[in-house]
Design a protein around this ligand. Sequence first.
Ligand code: GZL
Length: 329
Amino acid sequence: MLNKILPVAVSAVALAALSACGSGSAAAPGSSGAAAGGDAIVMGFAQVGAESGWRTANTKNVQESAKTAGIELKFSDAQQKQENQIKAIRSYIQQKVDVIAFSPVVETGWDTVLLEAKRANIPVILTDRAVDSEDKTLYKTFLGSDFVLEGKKAGEWLVENSKGESAVNVVELQGTTGAAPAIDRKEGFAEAIKAAPQIKVIASQTGDFTRSGGKQVMEAFLKSNPDIDVVYAHNDDMGLGAIEAIEAAGKVPGKDIKIITVDAVHDGMQALADGKISYIVECSPLLGDQLMDLAKKVVAGESVPERVVTEETTFTQEQAKTALPQRKY
Ligand code: GZL
């Protein structure tokens, strides 16, 4: 299946030259798999890492969806390091994959490698997280959540549940420094709590989206802030780490200190059902099927929306108890 639509201006001579030296298909440069006359589309996927329950659920889902879609997946785990993701993307360019998909660990520093992919005629799909590139031609689409809205939902729940309180001291466990979900969830939450001036963020620090990071930062917060009422954690894993620190300090999570998190992975939902977490804003990792559908369209040269926002909801303790048995991750 010729997946690279050759520029119509290509002359007959150029086409003859291509077929004379290639496999007979006049595939554009930067193509392998289906674009070179093979059967399966080849996708290079540069994953962030395996830092959280969300990430491992996302990886499993992408791999399963690729298999179902008949797409050959080349997969790399960057251990949360941008230089490893850039190396992986360069390797996919060298291998002439048909399409590259990745979740940028941080928003900045991608223009150079994305320009290399563009010059190699390899379309790029952003999945999960965004980049801050001004040049929107560097990628075909961004599939992922609205992280500002997620932060707003968390803040709105706290405003709703702080009525009558004279002072509400919040400590914030931020995600990876420079990552789109960390920047946006912080922004959305801060915006929402403006409606209730008695709510104050008294400390905010990154726990890098990991359980151990959340625990370490929460231990420090507990030592330096005697009156913490609420933890706002940018993901379940840091919230679960905070629970360990709170219990080690002899306090009761969900009672002495309320915890609000984002994601709704199984362990978070279990802690919510058990009353240790008070509220969870869902962020779905199940992007695989949409990603593969977008990849097929992009490789076939079809137009796709610049932005695809994923559907997601929120959970209270009662809703978590009901939802848990059906959860896929
Ligand atoms: C959000 C995703 C975040 C999750 C974390 O879409 O990028 O990264 O909220 C994960 O759990 O580490």
